[in-house]
Design a protein around this ligand. Structure first.
Ligand code: 48F
Length: 264
């Protein structure tokens, strides 16, 4: 058989188009392919939820590849280690209560597990807006979908209109930037489900407190939208934690469990 460039091209266009059409109506849309987004994608997809994850960059993994300051090892505490165990990611004990994992092994395995469980990743796409609907008052507003565009369009600042997906639930797992929640704050005309009604902003570094609060802050932050990972702490005004990743992993898992319950 001779290889034909036209067949290769048609295969890519047809298959991608079909994949995109198949994911226009989702149970859960996840924004951000860092550790929290990937863990959430894994647990939701494993429960047969229709999940798509949108990632601005070429690669998924977010801030996990680089460990701490490009020393590509991550640290997890005992509870975080349990999630790595469930995913089959090897860890090494460091001292009591602390474990390490190779950052590249952790990132690639997590990404692979999420995809194999059935989550579909759309990389090189950024979420630039939300679809917010309200029935009567601003209080009834709910996010029912996302507005997406190619990262290349964003980078080149081209004037090209985006496309959309609908989702019953959305997870903002965009890390420190907390992009979706900032968008909703600007555009919804209603309060977020935080104490101030706004994105409260990230505080300085305090690993001990931040790791606990990441989990507490993993919850619905606007009707239809959950926050996970660093975005949870930035939304609800807590600390950052640096290269300890247990909170990120547990947050992704908690977001998945909460949404799973809601989906019934
Ligand atoms: O930052 P990131 O890894 O988020 P995370 O899951 O984990 C945080 C840790 O990596 C680390 C930390 C840990 O202890 O504090 O920072 O909370 O991944 C966020 C991903 O979201 C993508 C971004 O490119 C990154 O890969 N992202 C951000 N905004 C958008 C987006 C957007 N609007 N559309 C698509 N992707």
């Amino acid at each position: 058989m001779k290889l034909d460039e036209q067949v290769i091209t048609r295969a890519i266009i047809e298959r991608f188009t079909q994949k995109w059409i198949d994911h226009l109506d989702l149970d859960v849309a996840i924004i951000g392919g860092g550790p929290s987004g990937l863990v959430a994608a894994y647990y939701l997809a494993r429960n047969d939820r229709k999940v798509a994850l949108f990632e601005r960059k070429l690669s998924i993994g977010g801030g996990m590849w680089g460990g701490g300051m490009m020393f590509n090892e991550i640290v997890v505490q005992d509870k975080g280690k349990k999630v790595l165990d469930e995913l089959g990611i090897p860890t090494q004990p460091f001292q009591e209560g602390y474990h390490t994992a190779d950052a590249v092994m952790a990132t690639t395995t997590l990404a692979s597990k999420a995809c194999q469980a059935g989550a579909t990743v759309f990389n090189l796409m950024c979420v630039e807006d939300a679809i917010i609907r309200q029935t009567d008052s601003p209080e009834s507003a709910r996010v029912i979908g996302l507005v997406v565009n190619w990262t290349a369009v964003e980078m080149a600042a081209l004037h090209v209109d985006p496309l959309t997906v609908h989702a019953r639930f959305t997870i903002d797992a965009t890390g420190h930037a907390t992009e979706l929640m900032h968008l909703i704050e600007r555009k919804s005309g209603s309060r977020l489900l935080t104490e101030t009604g706004k994105v409260m902003g990230e505080k300085s570094m305090w690993a001990e407190v931040a790791e606990h609060s990441t989990l507490e802050n993993t919850r619905e932050a606007f009707p239809g939208v959950y926050v996970a990972g660093m975005a949870a702490n930035a939304t609800f005004g807590s600390y950052r934690m640096g290269p300890i990743f247990g909170g990120m992993l547990l947050s992704g898992k908690k977001a998945a469990e909460l949404i799973d319950q809601q989906l019934g």
